[in-house]
Design a binder for this molecule. Sequence first.
Ligand code: FES
Length: 225
Amino acid sequence: MAEITVTINGRQVSAKEGMTILEAALENGIDIPTLCHHQDLTPLGACRICVVEVEGSRTLVGSCHTPITEGMVIHTHSDKVLATRRMIVELLLASHCGSCFMCDKANICELRKIAADLEVGLPRFQMRKNYYPLEDISPYVVRDLTKCIMCRRCARACSEVAGHNVFAIAYRGFDSKVVVDFDQPIDKEVCRDCGVCISFCPTGALGKPREAKEEKRGKPLIITS
Ligand code: FES
C-alpha cells in the first residue's frame, strides 16, 4: 500500500493508504479514546467518542471509520474535540444506570475509564433512564441492559468472531436496544458457553454468572453447616 503523508496535531507523519485516522494516529503514538471500536471488529461509528477535527471538514468526523487522505490536517485533542467528547460521555452517563460502585466491571469499565480521563463527573442532565430487569436465567451470561451503551460490540463479536447471530438491534430512538430472539431473555437455548460477547462488552451490560466465577476461583457453591 502506498505511503501518504498527513499532519496530526501539527506533526507530519506518514501512514499507509487505506488506514483510518484512528489507525494512523495509533501507529504514531497518538491515543484517541474509543468505545464502540474494537480492533477485531468491523468499524461501526456508533458512539462518536473518537471524533477528531479535520481541517476543511464542516463537522467533526469519527476517526475509527474515516480513511486518511493525502495532506489531511487532523487535530485529535483540540478544545472543540475535547468539549464534544466530554458532552458525549456526559450524555451516556446521564442515561446510564448509575450503579458503578456495585458493578462487576467497575474497575475495567471502558466508559468509566474514559469519563475519568476526560474528567467527567456527575452529568448535568436529568435524563429519562431505561430500566430493564436483570436477566440471569442463563448459566452462561448475565445481562443488564440498563448498563448497555448501544455500542453493538456484542452483536458484532457474536457474528464476526463467534460465528453466531444471537443479537440484533430492535425498536427506535430512545427505545432501541439489543435484543435476542424477538426480544426474549437470554437463556441457555439461544446462547452457549463461548463468552465472546462478554469479553467484548465495554461496560457491565454483559457478565459471567456469579456461580461460574466462584467455581473458577475454586470456592464451593453451596456451603452447608
Ligand atoms: S469509537 Fe469511533 S464512533 Fe465509536
